[in-house]
Ligand binder design. Structure first.
Ligand code: PEP
Length: 265
């Protein structure tokens, strides 16, 4: 099966792993994924690691000269200045990162992030050439009430003013139903496809048809080696955002290999 867009598997480590864990993780990736560490190879699937901010430099150094991308889980909404504790998009880009996760449900729900704050982070990402991975997704109550589509469309509409001017290839949207994150409970592959299609159509009608063809739509929520291919084989799902199962290099390699095998069919 061929994907129209370049597939992406993104690891969100959240607030996990320490220096020595990261050293052995990256060493195992080098051993398990030799193609990703050869300069003139071009792996068929993009791989992205999003460690805690304080380890971005370490991950960048350990994965240097590889085709594995790195990204942050957060960027400041401010460009720079007296904002104690904050890390700007410019700093993240300066560390060699290409992506940043924005609007993750844990940020929205545990840290009270508003749509306006999410939009300002997206703006910062664009200003410093980071590709934002915008996370959207409904809670269980909304899903039970059958209102998940209007919920996600509202989240997207709230970001329209920040996404209006983008060019093709600059945006990733992750559909992450909150009830499936870290719970072991999954959305069905059909649910993921339906929502990915909806997101792509929204981009087509509100942003541009060019961006709708290139936007990478990921599914996230208890993805693991045993189920990733179900999602990956959906026509509008271009990969996955993976939390728990990305914490072990072994399972990350297994997920990648399962997707590579699917591409060869
Ligand atoms: C996430 O936090 O983005 C996520 C999808 O987590 P998990 O894979 O653990 O459900």
């Amino acid at each position: 099966m061929m994907h129209e867009r370049r597939p992406l598997l993104a690891a969100n480590w959240k607030q996990n792993l320490l220096w020595h864990d990261i050293e052995s993780y990256c060493e195992d990736l080098r051993a398990g994924l030799p193609d990703y560490f050869v300069e003139d190879s071009e792996p068929a699937i993009d791989l992205l690691i999003c460690p805690p901010l304080c380890y971005l430099g370490l991950v960048g150094a350990l994965l240097e000269d590889s085709h594995v991308y790195s990204g942050s889980q957060l960027v400041s909404m401010e460009g720079g200045g007296a904002f104690t504790g904050e890390v700007s998009a410019q700093m993240v880009a300066d560390l060699g990162c290409d992506y940043t996760i924005i609007g993750h449900s844990e940020r929205r729900n545990l840290f009270g992030e508003t749509e306006e704050q999410i939009g300002r982070r997206i703006q910062q990402a664009f200003d410093h050439d980071l590709v934002p991975i915008l996370c959207v997704g409904e809670d269980l109550e909304t899903r039970r009430a059958g209102r998940e589509q209007s919920f996600v469309l509202r989240q997207l509409d709230a970001q329209l003013q920040y996404l209006g001017d983008i060019d093709a290839g600059e945006l990733v949207v992750a559909y992450e139903p909150i009830w499936a994150i870290g719970t072991g409970e999954n959305a069905s592959a059909e649910d993921a496809q339906q929502m990915a299609r909806l997101i792509r159509e929204w981009v087509g009608s509100k942003v541009s048809s060019k961006v709708s063809e290139s936007v990478q739509v990921l599914y996230g929520g208890s993805v693991k080696a045993g189920n990733i291919v179900e999602y990956f084989s959906q026509p509008d799902v271009d990969g996955a955002l993976i939390g728990g199962a990305s914490l072990s290099s072994e399972s990350m390699i297994a997920m990648l290999q399962a997707c590579l095998a699917q591409l060869r069919i």
